[in-house]
Ligand binder design. Structure first.
Ligand SMILES: [Zn+2]
Ligand SMILES: [Zn+2]
Length: 84
């Protein structure tokens, strides 16, 4: 993977947050996970699509961050509990 550098200062960017969930909590299935990088010099923030820790849910095939439970399965479970 190419090193991420600040487009203004050409300094290597520092990883601030990896796999950060973007988007509305109400649209969990559509959330995008991003890696947040910051330039130590000018503090420009750059976002990159997270590529490191996505796992495929064995139950429903949804792609989600390894740090989080599967949102689809969590939603299905909530529906099941509401209907019983
Ligand atoms: Zn910079
Ligand atoms: Zn699932």
């Amino acid at each position: 993977m190419a090193e991420k550098v600040c487009r203004y200062c050409n300094k290597p960017l520092k990883l601030r947050e990896s796999g950060y969930p973007m988007g509305s909590a109400l649209l969990k299935a559509d959330r995008v996970h991003v890696d947040i990088y910051e330039c130590p010099d000018c503090h420009k923030i750059e976002l990159f699509a997270a590529e490191s820790d996505l796992v495929t849910c064995p139950k429903c095939g949804n792609l989600h961050s390894a740090k989080e439970a599967c949102a689809i399965c969590a939603m299905n479970k909530a529906f099941d509990e509401a209907n019983n």
